[in-house]
Design a protein around this ligand. Structure first.
Ligand code: AR6
Length: 173
């Protein structure tokens, strides 16, 4: 099962997978960080479509087409803003992964790529976020045989190192 998880350093907009996940905000109208990069790479048609989606609550996920991206689909999810850890942040972040996997499964996606949701502008601590990402992925793959690859696209070497450490802890042995 762990062979279906890949950790790479790079730009999520360049990933040749069925679906990429966007770390969006509740408006789904674009923003900075990975969201801005995805909108720029996909082209203006993406915003036209996301305008029709009516926003998205924190922890939930909604799909659009990928337009000029190599990926056929973009799954937009909204991570929690970090407020110190006592405002349900862990559960909300776990919900992002659960709901993104559910949307992906409904679309028949076999390969998908995640950025490190909430760990940029939203300031969620990286290691804590990576643990949640990895354990939700493990849980999903344990119950799903269709997904062939879940790729974590790390923006920078430090992020990649953290993901690799967490991966070996979650899948020890
Ligand atoms: N490919 C992969 N990862 C990236 C890329 C990229 N092209 N660009 C940035 N990252 P952030 P958040 C990493 O801030 O914390 C937006 O304005 C980045 O280094 O993009 O969930 C939205 O509209 C970090 O590790 O997302 C929201 O308002 C990770 O992606 C808000 O930011 C997430 O950082 C969401 O904040």
């Amino acid at each position: 099962m762990k062979a279906r998880i890949k950790i790479v350093e790079g730009d999520i907009t360049k990933q040749d997978v069925d679906a990429i996940v966007n770390a969006a905000n509740t408006s789904l109208l674009g923003g900075g960080g990975v969201d801005g990069a995805i909108h720029r790479a996909a082209g203006p048609e993406l915003l036209e479509e996301t305008r029709q989606l009516g926003g998205c609550p924190t922890g939930e996920a909604k799909a659009s087409k990928g337009y000029r991206l190599p990926a056929r689909w973009v799954i937009h999810t909204v991570g929690p803003v970090w407020h110190g850890g006592n405002r349900n942040e862990d559960t909300l972040l776990a919900n992002c992964y659960k709901n993104s996997f559910q949307v992906a499964a409904e679309l028949g996606v076999k390969t998908m790529a995640f950025p490190s949701i909430s760990t940029g502008v939203y300031r969620f601590p990286l290691e804590r976020a990576a643990k949640i990402a990895m354990s939700e992925t493990k849980h999903f793959l344990e119950h799903n045989d269709t997904m062939e690859e879940v790729r974590f696209v790390c923006f920078g070497e430090e992020v990649k190192k953290t993901y690799e450490e967490i991966f070996s802890r979650v899948f020890k042995g």
